[in-house]
Design a protein around this ligand. Structure first.
Ligand code: UDX
Length: 446
């Protein structure tokens, strides 16, 4: 009999995973405790902007014309417990308020709500990013609460998807990592992934702690790479070097690689910042904090970028923001997403506003979320409208739309042709040729 799958939590990770599992031919039930989310998904609508996800979802959601009908949604744990052979936990683990540690309450609550409804052998698979050691505790809790006892097994299967590429990364992962405590769990997960998803993807089988650590180790490495190049940008600025050329040149060394060497205002989002902090907190609990002291530096280099951008902008408008208009292009933490969590762009916009400038923001997809998080900033419907009368334009999220802006026509609406490129993504020559003063982080002035 074909395996039936439930996916608990329908954010970026869960919604994509549920749709991908349906695409592979499994019967899938998605569960979320937020009824509004479930109502939207049931109508084939995705509660966030993620390229390609809505199409994938509509191809399978029951009740949508022409769909396979393999994907349904519910808010009921009882229904999920009865339905699934495998239950994927995809809820988030945000940073705790005022602490480095992450908040495990959603994961704990998912396991504790599901377990009492497991009356036949089932595999619960954690995909959320958790502190190492969580899986052991959750496995014990599961066996204790499930009527089926030890036949409710746990496995850990971290997810490496990037927002903006969630569908592609889920259907074609670089690798599949599973942490298991027994053969049955491994067999079931091999069955799930012995599909087009697993084709060509290395399948790494390991224990719980290693599987949990793989995820935070990967994100720590990526964060370190970004902060490394941003540290080089600081030195380049002091020495008159060009960090973009430097990154290109070191990136030709295959051991280093070109990716994740884009210097700018640094990383943000719901993952990298909170993952490195939670990793440090957990290492501290384990008595291994010295091993991760470098991550403190990675974090502080990253946070320094935002302040530095504010400084450059202040310098650019003549030393004080009062009475100046500043246009901010970009609000999301990265392009192709509407996510504004810990967004460097909004943080910079907020700081500049606090220092007295009139700040107007435009973002292609993140306006609604930005307004909700920073209601006191002004928002404009287009890049040109945001730039109207600006003494400086700040390019803070590298949407393609901004790279394609025409500096000549934009030059006619601003008060001063001055652009600061916080992502090193615009072509300096094009802007300078159109009469703009172009300034970027880690690059010479002209
Ligand atoms: C990240 C990981 O890449 C992914 O594997 C994991 O599952 C979740 O966390 P995501 O947060 O979606 O994914 O974004 P990512 O593309 O990694 O970018 C993170 C941040 O780093 C963004 O703010 C981005 O602008 C910034 N970044 C990225 C840089 O500043 N420079 C770079 O060279 C690359």
């Amino acid at each position: 009999m074909a395996l039936k799958i439930t996916v608990i939590g329908t954010g970026y990770l869960g919604a994509t995973h549920a749709a991908a599992m349906a695409e592979l031919g499994f019967e899938v039930l998605g569960l979320d405790v937020v009824p509004e989310k479930i109502a939207m998904l049931t109508q084939g609508r995705v509660p966030m902007y993620e390229p390609g996800l809505e199409d994938l979802l509509r191809r399978h959601t029951a009740g949508i014309e022409g769909s396979s009908g393999r994907l349904r949604f519910t808010t009921s744990y009882e229904e999920a417990g009865e339905f699934g052979d495998i239950h994927f936990i995809c809820v988030n683990t945000p940073q705790k308020h005022g602490e480095y540690a992450c908040d495990m309450s959603y994961v704990n609550s998912a396991v504790e709500s599901l377990a009492p409804h497991l009356r036949r052998p089932a595999l619960v698979v954690g995909k959320s990013t958790v502190p190492v050691g969580s899986a052991d505790l959750l496995a014990a809790r599961l066996a204790e609460l499930a009527p089926v006892g030890a036949d409710a097994e746990l496995a850990w299967n971290p997810e490496f998807l990037r927002e903006g590429f969630a569908v592609q990364d889920t259907l074609h992962p670089d690798r599949i990592v599973v942490g298991v405590a027994g053969d049955r769990a491994e067999k079931l997960l091999r069955e799930v992934y012995q599909t087009p998803i697993g084709e060509g993807s290395p399948f790494v089988v390991t224990d719980f702690p290693t599987a949990e650590l793989v995820k935070v180790a990967a994100n720590s490495f990526l964060a370190t790479k970004i902060s490394f190049i941003n540290a080089m940008a600081e030195v380049c600025e002091a020495a008159g070097g060009d960090v973009v050329k430097l990154a290109e040149a070191i990136g030709y060394d295959e051991r280093i690689g070109k990716k994740f060497l884009r210097a700018g205002i640094g990383f943000g989002g719901g993952c990298l910042p909170k993952d490195i902090r939670a990793f440090m907190a957990r290492a501290g609990e384990l008595g291994a904090d010295q091993a991760l002291t470098f991550l403190r530096e990675v974090d502080s280099i990253n946070m320094r970028r935002r302040g530095h951008m504010v400084e450059l902008a202040r310098e650019a408008v003549g030393g004080a923001f009062l009475g100046k208009r500043v246009a901010v292009l970009g609000a999301t933490f990265k392009p192709d997403s509407d996510d504004v969590r810990d967004s460097p762009a909004l943080n910079v916009a907020g700081q500049i506003q606090l220092q007295g400038a009139q700040v107007t923001v435009f973002d292609p997809k993140g306006m609604e979320n930005a307004r909700a998080l920073f209601p006191t900033l002004a928002y404009a419907p287009t890049a040109a409208a945001a730039a109207e009368g600006a003494h400086a334009v700040l390019h803070l999220t590298e949407w393609r739309e901004f790279r394609e802006l025409d500096p000549v026509s934009l030059g006619t609406v601003v008060a001063e042709r001055r652009i600061l490129d916080g992502r090193n993504a615009l072509d300096p020559d094009v802007w300078r040729d159109a009469g703009w003063t172009y300034r970027a982080l880690g690059r010479p002035m002209a």
